[in-house]
Every structure is written in structure tokens, then in C-alpha cells.
Design a protein around this ligand. Sequence first.
Ligand SMILES: Cc1cc2nc3c(=O)[nH]c(=O)nc-3n(C[C@H](O)[C@H](O)[C@H](O)COP(=O)(O)O)c2cc1C
Length: 178
Amino acid sequence: MTSALQTHELHTTAQLSNDISPLSLRSAFGQFPSGVAALAAYGEDGVPQGMVASSFTVGVSLEPPLVSVAVQNTSTTWPLLRETHRIGVSILGEGQGTIARQMAAKNADRFADLPTATNHDAIFVQEAALWLETSLYGEFPAGDHVVALLEVHNLANFTDTHEPLVFHKSQFRNIRDH
Ligand SMILES: Cc1cc2nc3c(=O)[nH]c(=O)nc-3n(C[C@H](O)[C@H](O)[C@H](O)COP(=O)(O)O)c2cc1C
């Protein structure tokens, strides 16, 4: 006799596919909702550098306080950001999807008309849900990405006034939408 548990396991196994092509993975990984982090700092030449990352993760470690981000090996901005003394991380707030697109745009001024704040060489986006002032703690090769650990030195938590922006299935959503 097949138990309910076995039936369930069979059914689940039948759903599994070995299609782990980049296209399939991109769609699959999109099922995992995330926040959107804007990483920004003044480069050595005084020019602001910034990019957006949905691979950002908090809570890697509390002592020391570490967060992480996975950066594509092809990134032209990361080599400049990683050299800065401090990297500003802004967890974008609800309604800031347009800012996220602007800060990821190719061949455009990512800081045009963008309200920002600075501390040391870290740059923060105004109206974000959270600011973390960080420095590079370590980097690890990870396939076509590099995983960077960032150590948190200062923070500003706007939890009482700003909900975070959510990235899900390639779309920006607001927590209040549902
Ligand atoms: C919503 C969103 C999430 C992104 N997440 C990442 C990410 O986790 N890692 C990454 O390397 N690039 C990510 N990007 C792309 C970068 O922001 C940027 O466009 C890319 O690094 C190319 O620009 P660059 O050559 O100036 O670095 C994301 C872009 C968007 C719009």
C-alpha cells in the first residue's frame, strides 16, 4: 500500500526538471523575492560610482557585522567601487523602482537628479528604507560572479517611515500592493 507521504514524494519528484539553463535559472531565481540594494561611492577620481544589486543579503554575520552581494564578473563599476574606502548601501524604498533602473542603466548618468547624502566617500540614496556604510571585508570567486562580503560600520534605519522596495519576477513591487 502506498502511504500518503510516498504518493506526495512521487508527485513532487515528477515535477523536477534538469533544465538548469541560464534562461530557466533566471526565471526560477526570480521566484525568490528580494530587496534592492544601491551600492554607491565616490571613486578615487572623485567621480560617483554606483550600481544596483538584488543579490544583496543581510545577516551573513552579526559579529563582525557582515552583508554580502554577488557581482557579475563583467561589471565595470565594481572594480571602481571595491577600491573605495567606504561603500554606501541603500536598501531602496517603495516607489523607487525608477531609481533602481536609473542606477543600473548603461551609458547614462546614474546620479542625474538623484537626491543623495554622503558620509566619507559613501553615497546614500535619499528616501531609502535603510542605509549601511560598509567597507570591503573579503571577496570570493563564484562562477560568473564574485561574492563580496561587506563589513557594516554605520547604519540609518528608516523602518518607521519607509517600506522597502521588493524585486520579484523581474518586477518592482511594493509591500503595500497586496
Ligand atoms: C533590479 C536589478 C538587480 C540587479 N542585481 C544585480 C546583482 O545582484 N549583481 C550584479 O552584478 N548586477 C546586478 N544588476 C546589474 C547592475 O546594477 C549593473 O547594471 C551592472 O553591473 C552593469 O553595470 P556596470 O558595468 O556599470 O557594473 C542588477 C540590475 C537591476 C536593475
